[in-house]
Design a protein. Structure first.
Length: 256
């Protein structure tokens, strides 16, 4: 049992937390590197305020926790290091104002209303406000399969269908067609993790990927003068590429 699970099961006297049990492993896997750091967290969906207190306890006193909820009563759940904004996550104007009021975010957890529109609008408005090494987590994606939430298997407009486009953007450096181009997502996302009902997007600045070959070929004549010379030149080229890249990385210049 990880720290968050223990906290949850011992929360008898604390404010109510409502989470699916398997999320705790996912949170800990993607969030633990941020513990005890000076970070900014935003959770959409405050409800009774228990999860905000859980994040405060898990990340430590240097973390600043923000919450968003449509229910005005949630404002009363503010405390030291927990600030709550009242508004709708599907209201672009509200989210744009929010971005002016809070610093860039290290971790965003979308646990709000879980409708397709809410999840898509929140992603479109706030993903750009996540720091270059931050994490975007949206939960309860099972609503993408629930008819009353606007979901349905392979139904157009669900958040799951929307996120399938992320997979193409992630691989866009390899596209040979103008219909798929490198975009901001390609250049700022390191990985996308899908779990039951949860997507986690980890950001990192990405350069054009490269491949190299090290070692000797096993399937051709190896010892003719010509093949030995070719191998020598290739080795020099490979080493040159390796050291050039190494130096460029140190000075943070774009790769060759
Ligand atoms: C599942 S609860 C949040 C649970 C809480 N994070 C926890 O773990 O205990 C969902 C919350 O989202 C809020 N909500 C619903 N629609 C919303 C919207 N359009 N914008 C912001 N919050 C919304 C509800 O008022 C409710 O408090």
């Amino acid at each position: 049992m990880n720290y968050l699970e223990k906290y949850f099961y011992n929360n008898d006297d604390g404010r109510l937390i409502h989470k699916w049990i398997h999320y705790f492993e996912i949170y800990d896997r993607h969030f633990k590197k941020f513990r005890e750091k000076e970070i900014i967290i935003l959770e959409i969906g405050v409800s009774h305020g228990g999860s905000l207190q859980m994040w405060k306890n898990y990340f430590g006193e240097k973390a600043k926790i923000y919450g968003v909820d449509i229910n005005p009563h949630c404002k009363n759940l503010e405390e030291e290091n927990i600030e709550i904004f009242i508004g709708s996550q599907s209201d672009r104007k509200f989210l744009r104002e929010l971005k002016k009021k809070i610093p860039s975010i290290d971790i965003l957890i979308d646990d709000g209303g879980h409708t397709m529109k809410q999840q898509i609008v929140t992603f479109e408005e706030l993903f750009g406000h996540i720091k270059p090494n931050g994490v975007y987590l949206c939960e309860d994606l099972h609503t993408s399969y629930w008819l009353k939430f606007g979901g349905g298997y392979r139904r157009r407009g669900t958040f799951i269908e929307y996120t399938k486009g992320f997979i193409d953007s992630l691989n866009a450096f390899h596209s040979e067609e103008s219909s798929l181009k490198v975009n901001l997502f390609t250049k700022s996302v390191h990985s996308i993790h899908y779990y039951d009902s949860v997507i986690v997007i980890e950001k990192r600045e990405i350069e054009k990927p490269q491949h190299l070959q090290f070692g000797n070929k096993s399937l051709e004549a190896r010892n003719t003068k010509k093949s030995m010379a070719k191998r020598g030149i290739k080795k020099i080229k490979t080493k040159l590429a390796y050291y050039t890249n190494y130096i460029l990385r140190i000075f943070k210049l774009p790769g060759i």
